[in-house]
Design a protein around this ligand. Sequence first.
Ligand SMILES: Cc1cc2nc3c(=O)[nH]c(=O)nc-3n(C[C@H](O)[C@H](O)[C@H](O)COP(=O)(O)OP(=O)(O)OC[C@H]3O[C@@H](n4cnc5c(N)ncnc54)[C@H](O)[C@@H]3O)c2cc1C
Length: 203
Amino acid sequence: MIKINQIKLPVTHSDEALKKKIIKMLKLNAKTGFTYRILKKSLDARKKPELFYTYSVAVELDDTKNSEEAIVKRANSSSVLIYKEKEYRIPAHGNISLDRRPVIAGAGPAGLFCAYILSEAGFRPIVIERGSRVEKRTCDVQKFWESGILNPKSNVQFGEGGAGTFSDGKLNTSVKDPSGRNRLVLETFVRFGADPSILYDNK
Ligand SMILES: Cc1cc2nc3c(=O)[nH]c(=O)nc-3n(C[C@H](O)[C@H](O)[C@H](O)COP(=O)(O)OP(=O)(O)OC[C@H]3O[C@@H](n4cnc5c(N)ncnc54)[C@H](O)[C@@H]3O)c2cc1C
């Protein structure tokens, strides 16, 4: 794949405009078939009132006759480079079977992902959580905000979903995560119904 960084377009741009920009930056023939995927999209508001999106995209050419190296060389731009996707690999598990089900303490993000990964590997983990279910937690948190009365077992920090369940929901993008682990987490969210834009929309 080829990665193009620094594609800048007005916020009102069409999909066609992004496609045209890719063709231009890669110096492709207009008939060359390709697909692209947005890797990152960030808002550039430095020249207010004009607003721009800056994209990084990964491009895959339909015809493998055109070598990617040759296209990158011809593009002659520091924004165009060869791209290899980093895929996080779950560490291999041992081959001695467990005689008990693994137990995970805490149904926060770490515990829930741990349970999910273990389930994928064929285990049947049990998740224990000291706090309440999220519906009950919502009432306890509301009560705390209104009255200041704290339920030590069910509050903003403790209960199903873990800390941050009552946050505004921003996702930590960990753009410098070298292992690709963060992408695995975001892809899992998308697989279970999250908006695919979480994969590339910058904070
Ligand atoms: C108000 C708030 C807003 C936040 N907003 C954001 C945000 O917008 N974006 C972001 O990326 N991060 C946010 N965070 C941080 C994020 O919530 C944490 O990084 C994340 O929850 C850590 O996950 P965890 O699974 O390691 O721990 P936790 O989420 O703390 O989960 C631990 C779980 O273990 C349970 N537990 C503890 N002890 C026991 C026990 N003895 N037995 C059984 N269960 C137990 C707890 O009840 C809890 O459910 C926010 C945090 C807070 C408090």
